[in-house]
Design a protein around this ligand. Structure first.
Ligand SMILES: [Mn+2]
Length: 322
């Protein structure tokens, strides 16, 4: 019996789903009785995965950057920035074992693993279609509507809430095991998963109310200031849920570490995108992507953050009126 350690992207629906689909693949292709254990990995700036993370048996990394060590026997990733250095990439390119795969064209690593299992190893998992489908929607932010993304009625999205917030690794590993043979609804019905979901959902509903009181809408731009609330990790789609006609959203929030301005584009707006929000935020020392960006200030610079948010909102409103 082989021993396999699967290192997966922690607190991420695609990471957890990738671990589940890879486990089914490994049991089907390599060893039906394999003893598989799991360990979550978290992004830290410039840091390598510590050598103690690898076991003496086989090791796999899924949905996470490459690690140049001979202890790594399987690797699947779809991130653009999958290599920390040119040496790491060269180590991967030299590998001829046929067990390490990278394709940034895939929206989810889960779907990428299923694709390789089928196209390279001839294995299919028809009973995991539901899981693969949802991992692709969630990791690619392809929600069909703002209601779907905020009301969280689908079992998969309720499970997403638990996976993204839970710090309980034994619960996370039980979810990974259960996802290999149960439906989403059945995985959610585990009493411990259900209990965690209920408390997170209550907090989620409260955050919608806080946002409802803090947000206002004018000339295509939603603005909110929740700096007097502890709203770390709120659902980013709530402003567009409250004001579906909003094109952009400019928000101010505060945590012990920073005062923050968040700027976003409504993913469901029919308007053509005309601003690069990363460029707009770079002007204030921030950055990000064209459709979503942010600026971080020191905690005590809340007034500066508020002034920047006001200026950005006014610029966006002005341009939308043209
Ligand atoms: Mn992913």
């Amino acid at each position: 019996m082989k021993s396999m350690r699967v290192l997966y992207h922690d607190n991420c629906f695609d990471g957890v789903s990738s671990a589940a689909v890879f486990s089914r693949f490994y049991r089907g292709h390599v060893d039906a009785n394999a003893d598989i254990e799991y360990e979550g990995l978290t992004h830290k700036a410039g840091q390598l995965i510590s050598p103690e993370s690898f076991s003496g048996g086989e090791n796999a990394i899924v949905d996470f950057k490459y690690c140049a060590t001979d202890k790594l026997t399987w690797w699947f990733d779809h991130h653009e920035s999958a290599f920390l250095s040119q040496e790491d990439e060269a180590h991967f390119r030299r590998d001829t074992g046929g067990r390490k795969f990278h394709d940034p064209a895939y929206r989810s690593c889960t779907k990428f693993i299923a694709h390789i299992a089928k196209s390279v190893f001839g294995m299919e998992f028809p009973d995991l279609e539901e899981l693969i489908h949802w991992a692709d929607i969630i990791d690619g932010a392809q929600f069909e509507s703002v209601q779907a993304a905020v009301e969280l009625k689908e079992p998969a999205l309720r499970l997403m809430l638990v996976i993204e917030a839970s710090k309980n690794s034994s619960l996370m590993h039980r979810i990974i095991r259960n996802l290999q043979s149960r439906t989403m609804a059945q995985v959610l019905d585990d009493p411990d998963v259900r209990e965690k979901f209920e408390s997170l959902y209550k907090h989620h509903v409260e955050s919608i109310d806080i946002m409802r009181r803090a947000a206002h809408f004018k000339d295509g731009v939603i603005q909110f200031d929740v700096s007097d609330h502890d709203l770390d990790g709120y659902n980013k789609f709530i402003p567009y849920y409250l004001f579906p006609q909003g094109v952009y959203c400019v928000g101010v929030s505060k945590s012990p570490l920073r005062s923050k301005v968040s700027v976003g584009t409504n993913p469901w707006t029919p308007r053509e995108r005309q601003h690069n929000l990363a460029k707009l935020c770079e002007h204030y020392g921030g950055g990000g992507h064209a459709v979503v960006a942010a600026i971080s200030f020191k905690p005590e610079e809340l007034d500066t953050a508020r002034a920047a948010a006001r200026e950005i909102a006014e610029k966006l409103q002005h341009d939308l009126r043209q």
